[in-house]
Write a protein that binds this ligand. Structure first.
Ligand code: PLP
Length: 249
């Protein structure tokens, strides 16, 4: 397995030329954890690579629904149908508990998929699948996403504004244009673990990002803050508690 480097400015596609692999897994709409999206030029470059090496791209279109700053970019699978395996999930955009996800295969792989996965027993309930299909047919899915995008956009901008007020120049905010969480790079001598622990002592759960890097990108801790199920006053309270936890000594 070979990694392709991603930093907060995006995927380092120039490294594609050095890869031995012919199969690549990417999250072009919303990289985890940086939250960066691939531009249309990058998407075209990636497809060009797949054609050159006669390979495949697994496009995990995770969090594509929640983009706040610009229109969504076209999926790789809509730009090229023969080299892209498109996968998506309803876990973030709807209900994680129903375990519904989907895959769109290039025609050339369907025969092989049927042969090799004939005995694969998927465990998503048929009732949930049919209910979701009917929800989509009635246009409710599109309405749901539009509604949720507005709600999350409002929460994200409130969180970012409050973070700036509370922490000013002590932090750099990363990934605020999409997704259901934001990263803060903390300009501090404290470690990631110390920040998580002191937040927890004030009753606020925040998450590490270090497990997701093969090489740590900086000596400064990068902390993940989720907000999707919080109300605005809970976000406000959380930020006040974090200020006490992180800025009292
Ligand atoms: C990159 C990525 N893809 C997909 C998912 C969704 O996975 P699932 O459908 O198993 O909940 C997640 C969940 O956090 C994720 O981080």
């Amino acid at each position: 397995m070979e990694p392709l480097a991603v930093n907060e400015n995006g995927t380092q596609l120039q490294q594609l030329a050095h890869l031995q692999s012919r199969l690549i897994y990417v999250t072009p709409s919303h990289h985890f954890p940086y939250g960066v999206s691939m531009s249309i030029q990058q998407r075209q470059a990636l497809i060009h690579w797949a054609k050159e090496v006669d390979g495949f791209i697994i496009e995990d279109d995770y969090d594509s629904e929640f983009r706040y700053a610009q229109q969504p970019f076209p999926a790789l699978a809509s730009l090229d149908k023969s080299h892209v395996i498109y996968v998506g999930t309803f876990s973030k955009s709807f209900l994680p508990g129903i375990r519904l996800s989907y895959m769109v295969l290039p025609k050339s792989l369907i025969g092989r998929y049927k042969r090799y996965f004939a005995h694969f027993e998927q465990n998503a309930s048929s009732l949930h699948q049919l209910t979701m299909a009917s929800f989509m047919e009635k246009g409710e899915w599109t309405r749901h996403i539009k509604r949720m995008r507005l709600i999350y956009k409002h929460k994200m901008s409130f969180l970012v504004e409050t973070l700036k007020k509370q922490f000013g120049d002590h932090i750099t905010i990363v990934g605020e244009h999409s997704g259901l969480y934001v990263l803060i790079k903390f300009h501090t001598h404290h470690t990631e673990q110390q920040l998580i622990q002191s937040a927890l002592e004030y009753g606020v759960k925040v998450y590490p990002t270090s497990p997701y890097f093969l090489q740590q990108p900086s000596h400064e801790p990068i902390i993940q803050l989720g907000f999707s199920n919080l109300k605005l006053d809970e976000i406000q309270l959380g930020m006040q508690l974090l200020k006490k936890a992180w800025c009292t000594n």
